[in-house]
Ligand binder design. Structure first.
Ligand code: ADP
Length: 426
C-alpha cells in the first residue's frame, strides 16, 4: 500500500514537473530572437498545487530565477537539499527537512506566544521532482517542485504500528485460545492415562502379595521335600524360584514407574549421609559379582551429605551396579566414584559407574533409557532384565533435578555419569 501510494504520488509530481517544464519551454520557443531563461521571471507561468512546499527554477549557473515556498526563511535549507541533485531527466526522490520554529521569525514571535516542545521543531517529509529545461536543445536550467508528504508518511507509520500491535494481540489471543482448547481436548486423554496408571499401580500392588506367598511356599516345599534325591524336582523348583523372582522384580519396577508417573517422589526428600548406603549396595551386589567374577572398586568421599530420597538414590545405584555386572565380561571390573563436586555453580552429587563390559553402540545411547528397551532381547531371560532399569534410573535422576549420561562404545565398556545439584546449605 505504501509503495503503491508513493508511486502514484511520484507519477503525479513528475507530471506536474513535466507540464511546468513544457510551459516554460513553449514560452521560450514562442518568443522571437535569442531568449534567456531570466525572461520568464516576469511572467506568471507556474501552476500551484495545494500541498506544494516549494517551486524553484534555476538557470544553468544555479541562480534562482523563480522561487516560491511556504516560508522564505526555509529557502537556504531547501537549496542545500537540492545542491547535489542534478537529474538528467525528470526524476523524484524523498528528503527530510527539520524545521526549527524557534529559529523562524513567525507571527507568534511578534505576538509573544511560547511554543511547546513538539511545536518547536517538526520533521517534514518532502517528495521532490526535478526536471531539466532545454532551449534549442541546450540545457538552460532546472525546475524543482517539492511536495509535503508528511501526512501520508505519518499515516503509514502509524498504520504500521497499529498493524504490529494487532498482529501481536491476535497472536496472543490465538495462543491463549489454542492453549485453552488443547487443555480441554487433553482432558479425556489425561483421564484415561490416569486410569491406566492407577490400574498398573493397583495390579502391581495386588500381585506382590501372591508372589511373596509363592516364594515362601517354594521355600517350604524345598524344606519338606527331599529334593537331593529327585533331580527333576530340584530343577523344577530352581526354575520356578527364578521365574517368581523375575516376576517380583518386574512387578516392583512397574509399581515404581506407575508411582513416579503421578509425581509423588519429591515429597520424601531429606538430608542424609549417602556413604553407608553406597557400601550397602556394594555388599548386596557382591554375590552377583562373585558369580560372574567381576570386581567392584569403590572411590567415594566420607561422609557424602546429600539431599534427596535415600531409598530412590540407593535404587539408582543398585540399577547401575547390577547392569555393570550383568553386561560385564567374566573377570571384568566396575569402578564406582561417588563424591560432591564443589567446583560447579552449585554443589553437585557426582556418581560415575564405569565397567569394562560389552559396551553400547553410539546409536543406542538415547534408546536405552526408554521403557522396556533392551538391546539384545534374546539375552533378557539369561540376564533377567526387562528393560525397565535405566528408565527408572532416569526418572529418579530427573526427580532430583539432575542429569544422567552414558559414554560407551561396542566392546569398550560403559560409563554412566550422574550429576545431581544439591542445596548450598549442605
Ligand atoms: P535391563 O533390565 O534389560 O538391564 P535396563 O533398562 O537396565 O534394562 O537397560 C536397557 C538396556 O541397556 C539393556 O538391555 C542393555 O542392553 C543396555 N545396557 C544397560 N547397561 C549397560 C551396561 N553397563 N553395559 C552394556 N549395556 C548396557
Amino acid at each position: 500500500l505504501y509503495i503503491g501510494t508513493m508511486k502514484i504520488q511520484e507519477d503525479k509530481l513528475e507530471n506536474i514537473a513535466e507540464n511546468n517544464k513544457n510551459i516554460v519551454e513553449n514560452y521560450l520557443a514562442q518568443q522571437k530572437g535569442e531568449k534567456k531563461i531570466n525572461d520568464i521571471q516576469t511572467h506568471e507561468l507556474t501552476q500551484k498545487d495545494a500541498d506544494q512546499f516549494f517551486y524553484y527554477i534555476e538557470d544553468s549557473e544555479k541562480n534562482l530565477i523563480i522561487a516560491d515556498e511556504v516560508n522564505i526563511q526555509l529557502r537556504p535549507q531547501i537549496l542545500q537539499l537540492l545542491q547535489k541533485w542534478n537529474p538528467k531527466k525528470v526524476d523524484t526522490h524523498q528528503e527530510k527537512l527539520n524545521i526549527n520554529y524557534s529559529e523562524l521569525k513567525t507571527n507568534r514571535d511578534r505576538d509573544n506566544i511560547t511554543l511547546s516542545k513538539s511545536q518547536k521543531s517538526r520533521e517534514v517529509r518532502l517528495m521532490i521532482a526535478g526536471h531539466p529545461i532545454f532551449y534549442q536543445k541546450q540545457y538552460i536550467g532546472m525546475l524543482y517542485i517539492g511536495k509535503d508528504i508528511s501526512f501520508a508518511y505519518q499515516l503509514f507509520h502509524w498504520l504500521l504500528v497499529v498493524l504490529i500491535i494487532l498482529v501481536v494481540l491476535f497472536f496472543g489471543i490465538t495462543l491463549f485460545i489454542s492453549h485453552l482448547m488443547s487443555k480441554r481436548s487433553m482432558i479425556p486423554i489425561t483421564n484415561s492415562f490416569e486410569k491406566q496408571r492407577q490400574f498398573v499401580a493397583d495390579a502391581s500392588h495386588e500381585l506382590r502379595t501372591p508372589l511373596s506367598v509363592m516364594l515362601s511356599s517354594l521355600d517350604a516345599i524345598e524344606m519338606t521335600v527331599d529334593t537331593e534325591k529327585n533331580n527333576f524336582t530340584q530343577k523344577l523348583l530352581y526354575n520356578m524360584r527364578n521365574e517368581v523372582k523375575r516376576m517380583t522384580k518386574l512387578v516392583s519396577d512397574l509399581l515404581t514407574l506407575a508411582r513416579s508417573d503421578s509425581d509423588n517422589l519429591e515429597k520424601t526428600f531429606k538430608t542424609f549421609d549417602f556413604r553407608p548406603l553406597v557400601e550397602q549396595v556394594i555388599d548386596s551386589t557382591r554375590i552377583l559379582a562373585k558369580e560372574k567374577n567381576v570386581h567392584i572398586h569403590l572411590n567415594a568421599a566420607d561422609p557424602i551429605i546429600v539431599q534427596g530420597d535415600p531409598e530412590k538414590l540407593t535404587q539408582l545405584l543398585y540399577i547401575l551396579l547390577d547392569n555393570g555386572i550383568k553386561y560385564n565380561l567374566p573377570g571384568g571390573d566396575i569402578y564406582l566414584n561417588v563424591m560432591i563436586d564443589l567446583y560447579q555453580q552449585r554443589p553437585t552429587l557426582f556418581i560415575k559407574v564405569r565397567d569394562t563390559g560389552i559396551g553400547i553402540k553410539q546409536a543406542d545411547h538415547h534408546l536405552i533409557f526408554n521403557r522396556f528397551y533392551r538391546l539384545d532381547k534374546s539375552r533378557s531371560r539369561q540376564t533377567g532384565g526387562h528393560g525397565l532399569g535405566l528408565a527408572i534410573a532416569k526418572l529418579i535422576v530427573e526427580a532430583h533435578h539432575g542429569t544422567i549420561e552414558v559414554l560407551s562404545g561396542v566392546k569398550q565398556g560403559s560409563t554412566f555419569i550422574i550429576k545431581i545439584p544439591l542445596s548450598r546449605k549442605a
